[in-house]
Design a protein around this ligand. Structure first.
Ligand code: KIV
Ligand code: ZN
Length: 559
């Protein structure tokens, strides 16, 4: 059996009795660092060109990122050229630091600094792998040897930075594969690096703790961050950064819990592109904050543009269920969800705090339209169908008709097996309720009030030369017509349910009437739109009788 869980061993938990992070709340955005142009780029089938990097960089700047890792210039000519272009063409706004990655080798560090010549503010990010598996099997070095690589790297970074005194330098160190590194050893290496950089003397230093591979549940990651923060030297002079990957699908959760554990800064990519299962998705983490009333300090209202640019450059489609960004994430197909959303939206005042069932945020904040919220398929119910009719056509149907029409829509959706768009729902409504049977269109009516009731004169038909004329008396116009038609067709007519109302703005008709009418053996539901409520009401009865007569004729022909 190839599929055998006994091949694996559980990740050891961190033994901690002084956990504080579970009680913390994130009430302000961390410092964001976008690594799309480096980590994201390294994971692409077709890495970015200089022009694509420029376009992506511009977007990141406009969204509000203040630290942007732009490449690995010592390892890639394109990344080197890109650094030169944005520096020489002065495309890096004041207040934005460009960041570049390098391994802890002198030749690479030298070239890295050359790529940054002339930069106003830059982060030099040096890393080496510290995990047990890398030490034992990849580098075949002991702990002291691996610590020595970090120390040498730190020294070269310091020395080369001194050759470019006009740049505001920030040094960053990552014990790569931190999640596979013994915590006391990670602390030892980080301390050795900061011994050299001496942040207490004014050098800006970032210590970045990467979940290069996500290996455990996010609480274990948070424990490890709290442990490092509690045990490293010079904590108050350092910015602690996290860089989580998504191997277990929890990169955002790990970054969030790690922030609760005391991290100041978060690295990630827009929509989560990155090695293997990707980097931490900054859009999701930032929007999670936003949905809690915390300013994410990034302008994510431009979500459509973000998606379009990222998809275009990475050639990776956004999953339709991607948090906040996917095409379907503000859509409800299920009947009970649609009903709840419709009711909450109807009660909502524009100034209210957002409190809508099934919608964690207002889709409008991300440029999404309310039309997308309710979509209809065979899972949908009366609330959703009613919502679509009202939203798109101004047709508000009574509850009894909602229930009946929802069954009609569901039957069609089950037959077609797919989504029913707004046009097909309207067409179905027309066909089932609004359609006037041939020769049964109200042509004109005249009402005379006599005694307690009304004398009605009703002309029916399309053509003035071929009209049917009915005269009846009743308490109201409908009753008068029902009386006249009963005599005409020789069967009982009973209006079992009736609703009418003025139409909402934006529709041609002024009034709508809905009726359920029993005509002999038949029960017919009809709807009429007209210029006035009496016309609409009379038409519902005429349509019901016309349909019942048509059904009788068909039955006779069949037998
Ligand atoms: O995932 C990782 O460990 C990295 C480092 C270079 C920070 O990308
Ligand atoms: Zn990474």
């Amino acid at each position: 059996m190839a599929f055998d869980h006994r091949k694996y061993r559980p990740f050891p938990p961190v033994h901690k009795t002084d956990r504080r992070w579970p009680d913390q709340v994130i009430d302000q955005a961390p410092d964001w660092a976008a690594v799309d142009l480096r980590d994201g780029n390294q994971a692409l089938v077709n890495p970015m060109t200089v022009a694509q990097k420029k376009r992506f960089f511009q977007l990141l700047v406009e969204l509000g990122f203040k630290e942007i890792e732009v490449g690995f210039p010592a390892a890639s000519q394109i990344d080197y050229d890109f650094c030169r272009e944005i520096i020489e063409q002065d495309l890096v706004p004041d207040g934005v630091a460009i960041q570049v990655l390098t391994q802890a080798r002198e030749d690479l560090i030298e070239r890295t600094f050359a790529s940054l010549e002339g930069a106003k503010k830059a982060v030099v990010h040096v890393y080496n792998s510290t995990s047990r598996v890398q030490r034992e099997q990849v580098f075949r070095m002991d702990q002291a040897g691996i610590r020595g690589i970090a120390e040498n790297g730190a020294q070269w970074v310091k020395d080369y930075a001194a050759r470019y005194p006009d740049t505001d330098w920030i040094f960053q160190y990552s014990p790569e594969s931190f999640t596979g590194t013994e915590l006391d050893y990670a602390v030892e290496v980080v301390d050795a690096v900061t011994d050299i950089w001496e942040p207490e003397k004014g050098q800006k230093v970032i210590i970045n703790l990467p979940a290069t591979v996500e290996m455990a549940t996010p609480n274990v990651f948070a424990d490890s961050i709290e442990y490092v923060i509690d045990n490293i030297k010079r904590r108050e002079h350092l910015r602690i950064s996290l860089h989580t990957h998504n191997d277990r699908g929890c990169a955002v959760a790990a970054a969030e819990l790690g922030t609760m554990a005391g991290a100041d800064r978060i690295e990630g990519t827009l929509l989560g592109n990155g090695e293997r299962t990707g980097n931490m998705d900054i859009v999701t983490m930032a929007m999670n904050l936003y949905s809690q009333g915390v300013d994410p300090e990034l302008d994510l209202s431009r979500m459509k543009e973000i998606i379009a640019t990222v998809e275009d450059i990475t050639d990776i489609a956004t999953h339709p269920r991607h948090p906040y960004a996917g095409e379907l994430v503000f859509t409800a197909f299920s009947g009970s969800h649609q009903d709840a959303i419709r009711k909450c939206l109807a009660q909502r005042d524009d100034n209210d705090v957002w409190d809508v069932a099934y919608l964690p945020i207002d889709p409008g904040d991300l440029g999404r339209r309310y039309e997308e919220v309710v979509r209809i398929n065979s899972q949908s119910g009366k609330g959703g169908v009613a919502h679509v009719l009202e939203r798109d056509y101004g047709i508000a149907v009574p509850r009894w008709l909602q229930t009946e029409f929802a069954k009609v829509v569901q039957a069609q959706a089950e037959r077609d097996g797919g989504e029913q768009d707004t046009h097909s729902i309207h067409a179905l409504f027309d066909e089932h309720y609004l359609n006037v049977p041939l020769k049964w269109r109200l042509y004109s009516y005249d009402l005379h009030r006599t005694g307690d009731g009304v004398q009605a004169y009703v002309s029916v038909g399309e053509n003035p030369d071929e009209l049917m004329k009915f005269t009846g008396y009743g308490a109201g116009a409908v009753e008068a017509l029902v009386g006249a038609l009963t005599d005409y067709i020789g069967a009982t007519i009973k209006v079992e349910a009736f609703d009418e109302h003025a139409m909402t703005e934006g529709t041609d008709a002024e009034a709508m009437a809905c009726a359920r009418v029993r005509v002999g053996e038949h029960e017919e539901a009809t709807v009429a739109l007209a210029g006035d409520t009496t016309s609409a009401a009379l038409q519902t009865v005429l349509s019901a009788v016309g349909r019942a007569r048509g059904a009788d004729v068909q039955q006779q022909a069949a037998s």
